[in-house]
Design a protein. Structure first.
Length: 270
């Protein structure tokens, strides 16, 4: 409610006029007019960075979700978490948290984004955009990101893109990229490629867990990155029930000992 100076009114004030004065003091209904920006909360696609007189355009995967004093997203390849504490509606203080450590093509952009997305950031928000500005005048340009529906667990071809070992996440070796793929069928079977050899077997889904039965596979000799990925996946699938989680088009499988994988759903073009 706006604050007005006391105004002396002589004589009796009619009830209708008193009501009009009260409504005027309260102002327009919430959300109308040009009220303050609603802070940084939302799901955002990173469009570009401007720093040191240069503009860097973001890879398609770069994004950030901000809510409840937390931020999580993707620098373009590696994912990250951070605390994100608002200072009213005009600023945000970001403290980096955890991040993956995969080798990526767009490391110049990732490094710049990670450097800018920390500390106190001032906000300039429009209906479908948000600009974050650092103390030295560098900016991060964001636009509203439409929610991506979760891919279905079954009947989706999943391509393994990273391997998890406790707190560490690493991309698959360069010579094995795109080779390890698998599909879970509605009839409780699994099939695909472990990185070198084709395989098939049983896969029972029980709520948040998946249990793989003994796998049968071809017997080609596997060396280098494909062999490394194949040995890792063979151990993982035999490790007992795996916890599974899908966020958008990314599947994460995790064993009780902290090992696991992430895999992406094939697009219609693939």
């Amino acid at each position: 409610m706006r604050t007005f100076r006391n105004v002396r009114v002589r004589g009796h004030v009619p009830v209708g006029l008193a009501l009009l004065l009260t409504l005027a003091a309260c102002g327009a209904p919430a959300g109308s007019g040009s009220g303050p920006a609603p802070g940084a909360s939302g799901s955002w696609t990173v469009e570009s960075l401007t720093t040191g007189g240069k503009t860097l355009h973001a890879p398609a995967a770069a994004r950030v979700d901000i809510a409840d004093n937390e931020a999580k997203g993707n620098y373009g390849c590696n994912s990250f978490t951070a605390s994100a504490v608002p200072d009213g509606t005009s600023a945000l203080t970001v403290t980096p948290g955890a991040t993956t450590a995969m080798a990526c093509e767009n490391m110049d952009f990732e490094t710049a984004f990670a450097k800018l997305f920390q500390g106190r950031l001032t906000l300039d928000r429009g209906p479908d955009r948000l600009t974050l500005k650092t103390a030295d005048g560098s900016t991060v340009a964001l636009t509203t990101r439409l929610p991506v529906p979760d891919a279905p667990l079954t009947a989706t071809e999943w391509t393994v893109d990273s391997l998890i070992s406790g707190e560490s996440v690493s991309s698959v070796p360069a010579d094995a990229v795109g080779r390890a793929r698998f599909t879970l069928a509605a009839d409780a079977t699994a099939s695909g490629n472990l990185g070198c050899n084709r395989f098939s077997g049983k896969a029972a889904v029980d709520g948040p867990s998946i249990g793989f039965g003994p796998l049968t596979s071809t017997r080609m000799a596997c060396e280098g990155g494909p062999g490394e990925v194949e040995r890792t996946l063979t151990r993982l699938f035999a490790a007992g029930p795996l916890a599974w989680r899908i966020e958008g088009r990314t599947l994460t499988l995790t064993a009780p000992d902290g090992t696991g994988l992430t895999a992406r759903a094939a697009s219609a073009a693939e």
